[in-house]
Design a protein around this ligand. Structure first.
Ligand SMILES: [Zn+2]
Length: 219
């Protein structure tokens, strides 16, 4: 039998991938504010990820923090500090996924395209299969888009060794950013744990990314 929360969630994920529905979607009635499983999940906003379903989480079980890529940004760090210190979560789970759109552009390319560089716009159009329309203005924000490091590939490209490696780099970068933050305790009685995964959108299964691990080279 699974003995830890994460073991249970991974067992739930295998059941989800095999076709079993675990998340109950009706209103559960009054519940406490603190997440019952003491878990915070950071995941990509991709439309193919139903975080509660794929982990078998029930309403009230966990904090779910989502953005483009599931990237550990300043705002995610803000959320995790609040999640742990004020709402008592103890396990952080990062979820990136195969076929992620963050593999298909770079920050510089998107900024140049938005500002009006025709070559950048053409490349983005080819990568996404959508007519890219420049806005013709520079902008100070967002400071970064946090596209994944490495050579870009077409949008929604199937999983291969190279894009899996790029996903793993960003999972490891996120884990490192959390573990090195002075306001997130990683030892002693108040310590949190951090684990990172890549979710395969074709199989429905989570695969753990070892940390620490290689961070690779561009190209
Ligand atoms: Zn994604």
């Amino acid at each position: 039998m699974p003995d830890t929360t994460l073991d249970q969630l991974l067992a739930n994920n295998r059941q989800y991938a095999s076709g079993q529905a675990l998340h109950r979607s009706t209103h559960p009635g009054s519940q406490p504010i603190r997440p019952a499983r003491r878990v915070a999940v950071v995941a990509c906003m991709d439309a193919r990820l139903d975080v509660e379903d794929l982990l078998g989480l029930q309403t009230g079980d966990a904090h779910v923090i989502r953005n483009a890529g599931g990237v550990v940004t300043d705002d995610v760090i803000r959320c995790l500090i609040i999640s742990h210190h004020l709402l008592d979560t103890r396990e952080f789970i990062l979820i990136h996924h195969t076929r992620c759109g963050m593999l298909a552009f770079t920050d510089d390319l998107l900024k140049a395209g938005l500002e009006g560089d025709p070559a950048a716009g053409k490349l983005l159009g080819q990568a996404t299969g959508r007519a890219f329309t420049a806005c013709g203005h520079a902008a100070a924000t967002p400071a970064a888009f946090h596209a994944f490091r490495g050579a870009i590939e077409p949008l929604d490209a199937p999983r291969d060794a190279k894009n899996l490696e790029r996903l793993a780099w960003d999972v490891r970068r996120g884990i490192s950013a959390i573990l090195s933050h002075p306001w997130i305790p990683t030892s002693g009685a108040d310590a949190v744990t951090v684990r990172g995964f890549v979710y395969d959108v074709d199989t429905g299964l989570l695969e753990e990314i070892a940390h620490p691990g290689p961070m690779g080279t561009i190209g």
